[in-house]
Design a protein around this ligand. Sequence first.
Ligand SMILES: C[C@H](O)[C@@H](O)[C@@H](O)[C@H](O)C(=O)O
Ligand SMILES: [Mg+2]
Length: 437
Amino acid sequence: MSPKIVRVSVRDVRFPTSLEQHGSDAMHTDPDYSAAYVVLETDGGLRGFGLTFTLGKGTEIVVCAVQAMTGLVVGKSLEEIVRDFRGFYRLLTSDGQMRWLGPEKGVIHLATAALLNAVWDLWARMEGKPLWKLLVDMSPERLVSCIDFRYITDVLTEEEALELLVKAQEGKRQREEEMLREGYPAYTTSCAWLGYSDQQLKQLCTDALKGGWTKFKVKVGADLDDDVRRCRLIRQMIGPDNTLMIDANQRWDVSEAISWVSNLAEVKPLWIEEPTSPDDILGHAAISKALAPLGIGVATGEQCHNRVMFKQFLQAGALQFVQIDSCRLGSVNENLAVLLMAHKFRVPVCPHAGGVGLCELVQHLILFDYICVSASLSNRMCEYVDHLHEHFVCPVVIHNARYMPPKIPGYSCEMLESSVKKHQYPDGDAWKLYPKK
Ligand SMILES: C[C@H](O)[C@@H](O)[C@@H](O)[C@H](O)C(=O)O
Ligand SMILES: [Mg+2]
């Protein structure tokens, strides 16, 4: 008997990370890492856990959006959902009235992600597998049946997607064993948030180097002199052979981005991330073209709201690194579409992670990408941020700067109930201590 979803609960959970400037960047100066946290309850007692990531204020709006959608989920059995997962994805994203609030972007899409992440978690638990393994063991036919190809068939048809997946079956077992043995390479963003002092930067960088990290991302974009000083400092500490990336979080206009980044070329960044508006595809293309001679690529995706946007970024040659996000796109379903398009265009995927729960979630997707889609580690790495893992039942495991594949069934985003209770906004005990925003 397939479990039937009988109740959906959603809670507003916030962590006061802004107190210590964790997560700060040129546009988000005081983020409180937060989540709309969803629990699906079934008649058999099995539960599914999902979330979408937010920065504090406004999480209550996402919670409301999830509540508005629960009628589409309650009463469905897991079997009914996954038998036609594409249809279920469409049901959530194409409701004749609610789609007006998106479509497939903004708050309503974040809510879709939270709900669908919980459904995937439920499915993986039901099968007794971690999500990445559920995906790895699925047939190519089953995988493509989860994807909504609407609006992307000019670039990727279902038949082509199937072909790509069938081709990538070769060597799959060896890659799975390799991942279980060695893990997936990661980079760290935790050393150089914008609000950290030079002293902190140095200390965190020293610790990270000791811990085996070789790839580092630095926040830039508020003040050029500060950026030059901070980036030189980090480059000096990590040496010429380690990798450095910079991230401006959408701070600049197009020409400003080109000149600002040219001024930082001496520190040899592999990429500039989110140089300008996340919606400006042609702007990113112009930046990519201007920076290519300097050997600097453009990375973006954490605020790229759907597969249609990614399609156009790829068509326009506007990015050289695709940064999928487990909570911005419509969960695994839409991420599968983007992984396959990126593979077709031969653009490496380097997922966005961090926040709260994003590392836990996205590790599954990138493991699947390597084992079953890209079959390559060249120019690829997954972001890692060292905050808030202690609140999860199955936190990520990092060894030698690599994500070790999770072994426990599910999608890894179940939080400890004690943490949820304590950080629930606005009544949790934690928020009795901290000033409310
Ligand atoms: C507000 C957040 O911490 C962002 O700064 C963060 O997601 C960042 O862009 C990243 O790439 O990790
Ligand atoms: Mg970023």
